[in-house]
Design a binder for this molecule. Structure first.
Ligand code: TXA
Ligand code: MG
Length: 321
């Protein structure tokens, strides 16, 4: 059931979490499917509802740095990043505190956790709940992430009792996941915080910001497989449209045979990458829910948040068949 974000509904969400239920909540990135991070049974419900493989660990959400302290060891650089980017779309991988009562079910056997402090409604829920909350994106595993309440309802339907409507997510893409290793900061997943933002923040520390080598050991197990995939086939970096394709356009680029498009949606008429990120998942699902079987996507500049957009699009175009 979708409900508005009035206090009584926030309180109801907290109550359900206390009872070991799962609820869907908005964040600034995408909607999350939330459960008590210390309750193994509740966490099992998440994996079941999403049909998520158990080897894919969940992000631990806290309200602030002080709360994070109880669950992981925070080095100086990671703490600095938290001060700059929290509350916001940055998840940091850190060693788990042995005394932490985070359920092993959420961690896929790792001795690290990815931790972040989300904004707004989700943050209020954590504060009222008083414990950390795990939350993957509120969609069936491998499908397009939801950036509005209706998209959660469409993906998970009767598997979640309560969906709090917080409108459209302001960023529209998941958090960036980073990990500090040997004075180098590795980006494990591109997202709402760009590489440039991280570089600028860390300039005075002489910390290099690197993108994880695709062939390196998979650090974020959910990273390399097909993901964010619509049912339709997705063709990227197109300059020409084929028969029977819808067009996901960007800016004012000229696309040959554009008039053949079954449908056209433009991620950003003005070529604004943040606007494109905001629209990406929503537009992909609108096209996918129409009769369209093939989606052709115009080139997106690979700068700033464009890197995260291209990462999602690339994985949307890979099919596990
Ligand atoms: O923006 C977000 O991060 C959203 C909202 C709801 O907060 N959540 C989200 O969760 O995107 P999910 O489950 O869809 O993606 C979590 C990613 C997965 O790729 C997982 O492999 C990685 O985080 N991850 C979790 N724990 C990790 C760890 N200890 N080390 C490396 N990667 C980890
Ligand atoms: Mg996800």
């Amino acid at each position: 059931m979708i409900v508005n974000n009035q206090n009584k509904n926030i309180n109801l969400a907290v109550k359900l979490l206390q009872q070991g239920e799962i609820v869907a909540l908005p964040t600034e990135t995408v909607y999350g499917l939330a459960a008590d991070a210390t309750n193994a049974k509740a966490i099992e419900k998440i994996y079941e509802a999403k049909n998520r493989p158990s080897y894919n660990p969940l992000i631990v959400h806290v309200s602030n740095i002080e709360m994070a302290e109880n669950y992981c060891y925070i080095d100086d650089i990671s703490r600095y990043l938290m001060k700059i980017f929290w509350c916001g779309p940055l998840s940091i991988v850190l060693p788990l505190r042995e005394t932490s009562n985070i359920s092993k079910k959420a961690l896929a056997g790792l001795s690290t956790i990815a931790i972040r402090a989300p904004q707004n409604i989700f943050n209020s829920v954590i504060k009222a709940f008083g414990k950390p909350i795990v939350a993957p994106s509120a969609n069936i595993s491998g499908a397009i992430s939801p950036t509005n309440a209706q998209a959660v309802q469409n993906s998970l339907s009767n598997k979640v009792k309560l969906i709090i409507d917080g409108g459209i997510c302001s960023i529209g893409l998941e958090s960036t996941i980073v990990k500090l290793d040997n004075n180098k900061l590795y980006i494990l997943r591109f997202g709402g915080i760009t590489k440039k933002m991280l570089k600028d923040a860390l300039e005075k520390f002489n910390v290099e910001v690197l993108t994880i080598d695709k062939h390196a050991k998979i650090e974020a197990p959910g990273m390399l497989t097909s993901h964010y995939a619509p049912n339709a086939y997705v063709r990227l970096n197109i300059t020409e449209l084929y028969e029977n394709e819808a067009l996901l356009a960007f800016g004012k680029q000229t696309i040959k045979n554009k008039e053949k498009a079954l449908k056209i949606l433009n991620l950003s008429e003005t070529g604004n990458l943040s606007e494109a990120a905001y629209n990406l998942f929503n537009y992909l699902s609108i096209l996918d829910n129409s009769d369209v079987k093939n989606i052709a996507v115009a080139p997106i500049p690979n700068i700033g948040i464009g890197e995260a957009i291209n990462d999602r699009l690339t994985r949307a175009s890979i099919r596990n068949e």
